[in-house]
Design a protein around this ligand. Structure first.
Ligand code: AMP
Ligand code: MG
Length: 404
């Protein structure tokens, strides 16, 4: 049985980055660039004004002075004449610097009187002028392959005149729930049955990781039903099943995956919860068989599936951040397996993160997961911990904090 770290290494050793596709710029946020983006021109494309004011010759403006205003240049306009000695042209932010001028006197430093302006102070050469190409140069690699597209990247792409961009394809993830007790949410439910929550929960997790979930629904615990659906699932980029892999089960999922030529890489990981997780591959298709327990399936998704999905979609940063936190209370644990403990986090006076258990840690208790800010990852050989000990906590949400 692999350790937590070995299981992750085995998984990542078996996933490959998906091929590229071209998407429109307005749909590119969150995707990963599949190729470098080279600037086709200088940015800015010409020397221009960084302020609303007057284009002047700095040699005219070595101290307080008066200049004659001979023209007006809005953003989007082109100069029609040069700035001569003793002259100025009114100019708006972004407009090209007219010939003759080498500096801008901002509006707020100027007093206007009819056709003339009075400068209160000297203007140094190059003042408030943006130079051609000072941001990005023609031929320069503005964005490199592997970059995650955010608003800033979209801005650069648009400035380079791009309408579309090559990105790594989104992973299509087939999701199959297995179990005779399961009913589609919203359908009539009889004693002994439960709603299939894993199907939609895993789909939500896939979507938040940037993948595209494909719902295969529920397979009964019988061979033909499982075989048909697993076979269909293997057409996706990644196959995810839940339940039917615990010791008490008839091992049907793993047996049929084996018949379908999925090579098992491991079954069972030395972690708690989530031990009966299985991983295999067929060609380039990773197959994760997660435990049925809703808490275990979401936790194992977090630890194993999400990093694999992110890697497939070209991401380099695939792990949630780990932060050291001080335990606010003792934590019972038997040495043996790596344990994931659902914790709430707060800030102590001195700024240190303080971890409090989010509640009942039984795997049947889903609400403890809802309350958790993070997962304390307790090493395998560690026994019961005392209050005040420092543990690594994996942050589950964003780093955003509430106001106040
Ligand atoms: P198993 O892995 O089949 O032993 O299932 C462990 C527990 O998870 C059992 O209580 C199942 O009823 C429950 N379970 C399995 N699949 C699902 C599912 N799709 N949605 C909600 N609970 C499930
Ligand atoms: Mg079952």
């Amino acid at each position: 049985m692999p350790s937590f770290e070995d299981a992750r290494r085995l998984i990542l050793g078996h996933v490959a980055v998906l091929p590229a596709e071209t998407v429109p710029l307005h749909g590119a946020a969150g995707r990963v660039l599949a190729a470098d983006v080279v600037m086709p021109w200088d940015l800015p494309g010409w020397d221009n004004s960084a302020m609303d004011g007057f284009a002047v010759r700095s040699t005219d403006c070595t101290g307080p002075t008066r200049l004659r205003v001979t023209g007006y240049l809005p953003a989007g306009g082109l100069p029609t004449g040069a700035v001569g000695a003793g002259e100025a042209i009114r100019i708006m932010t972004g407009a090209p610097l007219p010939p003759g001028a080498d500096a801008i006197a901002p509006l707020e430093d100027v007093e206007e009187a009819g056709d003339a302006i009075a400068l209160r102070a000297a203007v140094r050469p190059g003042a408030h002028v943006r130079r051609r190409g000072e941001d990005l140069r023609s031929g320069e690699v503005a964005l490199s392959a592997g970059t995650v597209v955010g608003p800033g990247e979209v801005s650069v792409l648009a400035s380079a005149g791009r309408l579309s961009v090559p990105v790594v394809r989104q992973a299509r993830v087939a999701i199959l729930s297995t179990g005779d007790e399961l009913v589609e949410p919203g359908q009539p439910i009889h004693p002994g049955q439960i709603c299939d929550s894993n199907g939609v929960a895993l789909a939500a997790a896939v979507r938040l990781a940037g993948g595209e979930p494909i719902a295969l629904g529920i397979a009964r615990d019988d061979r033909p039903a499982l075989r048909v659906l697993l076979e269909r699932g293997l057409e996706a980029d990644l196959l995810l099943t839940s339940a039917g892999v615990s010791a008490g089960d008839r091992d049907l999922v793993r047996e049929i995956l084996d018949e379908l030529s999925v090579r098992q890489v491991f079954w069972k990981v030395d972690i708690k919860p989530g031990r009966p997780t299985a991983f295999g591959v067929r060609g380039r298709t990773p197959v994760f068989s997660l435990p049925g327990n809703p808490v275990s399936s979401l936790l194992t998704f977090e630890q194993f599936v999400r990093p694999a999905l992110l890697r497939m979609m070209g991401h380099r940063r695939i792990f949630r951040p780990l932060r050291p936190a001080v335990l606010a209370e003792p934590l019972a644990k038997a040495p043996g397996r790596v344990a994931f403990v659902r914790v709430r986090l707060s800030r102590r006076q001195d700024g240190a993160l303080l971890a409090t258990t989010a509640g009942n840690q039984e795997t049947g208790i889903l609400k403890t997961l809802l309350r958790a800010d993070g997962l304390a990852i307790i090493p395998a050989d560690q026994g019961t911990l005392e209050a005040g000990q420092v543990v690594p906590v994996q942050l589950l949400g964003s780093d955003l904090v509430e106001e106040g």
